[in-house]
Structures are given as C-alpha cells and as structure tokens.
Write a protein that binds this ligand. Structure first.
Ligand code: GTP
Ligand code: MG
Length: 137
C-alpha cells in the first residue's frame, strides 16, 4: 500500500509542534494528500478507537483525544504504513528511538504526540473517517 493516515494529537498541537512535525513528515518523503485542523467529541474519539474499547485506558484515551484540536492527514509514500510507524517511533516515548517524532515530542504513553495507522486496511478506514472524496488529492 502507498497511503497511511495520521493525526497530530492534542498535546502536540497545543504545544505548537504542528509545523515541526509536518516538516519532519515531508522531509521523510511523504506527500500530504489531505490535511485539516479539527476537534473530536468524546463520542467520536470513542468510535475512532473502538478496537481499544475493552482496554483499561479507553475512557482516558477518549477524554484525551477530545481535549483539544487535532490535525488529521492522509499521507502517500511507497510502503507508507510501515515507514511512517518507523518515523513516529514506539507507542511509549521511553522506548522510542532517537530522532523519531515521539522521542522528540511525546510526553507520555498516552499523550504521545501522533497517531499512525497499523495496516493498509485501517489507513483506508481512518482516512475516510475524517475526509470526503473531494478533500483528497
Ligand atoms: P496509535 O498510532 O495512536 O494507534 O498508537 P499505537 O498504535 O502505537 O498504540 P495503540 O494502538 O496500542 O494505542 C492507541 C493509543 O492509546 C496510543 O497511541 C496511546 O495514546 C494510548 N495508549 C496505548 N497504551 C496505553 C496505556 O497503556 N495507557 C494509556 N493511558 N494510554 C495508552
Ligand atoms: Mg494503534
């Protein structure tokens, strides 16, 4: 697959890291297909993270993801899903490699600055969750 979906999470947007993160994404060779700034209600955050609804951190995650503006994007590159997860680093910033987006900007395992889809199928579903056909080009 050549597309992935990402969103810059509320902590990183609030701290003014949107521009630095987008610069890293473009310098890593990803093309921005779609981009906006928006906000999730707790209910919509719950839909987005439905796969995690049995996990102990689900309610906190929905609260956090609706606590401020986010910047969702669809990105294009060869091997997009795997290469993007390499660029963002491990879920827990304590385990993230040097030079990754999470190593640079994440505050905790929850407020970890950025999302990256984990499969081509989820990239398609997640992109369609935020963007209409006319917003992708
Ligand atoms: P995403 O790219 O955001 O999907 O992260 P991921 O694929 O690296 O992690 P995962 O899908 O397992 O978890 C989704 C999100 O839930 C994480 O990015 C964190 O924001 C949050 N999360 C994951 N594990 C924990 C945890 O143990 N505690 C808390 N509070 N939040 C967690
Ligand atoms: Mg995930």
């Amino acid at each position: 697959g050549n597309k992935t979906f990402t969103m810059i999470k509320p902590d990183a947007v609030a701290d003014g890291h949107t521009g630095a993160i987008i610069k890293m994404i473009e310098e890593a060779g990803f093309r921005i297909v779609a981009l906006k700034k928006t906000v999730l209600t707790p209910e919509r955050a719950g839909q987005f993270y439905e796969v995690h609804k049995e996990r102990g951190f689900y309610n906190d995650l929905c609260k956090y993801m609706s606590s401020g503006a986010i910047v969702p994007m669809i990105l294009e590159k060869d091997n997009a899903v795997a290469d993007f997860r390499k660029l963002i680093g491990a879920t827990n910033p304590a385990n993230a490699d040097e030079g990754t987006i999470r190593k640079l900007f994440a505050k905790s395992i929850e407020a970890n600055a950025i999302h990256g889809s984990d499969s081509d199928e989820n990239a398609e579903i997640e992109g369609n969750f935020f963007f209409a056909r006319t917003e992708k080009f």
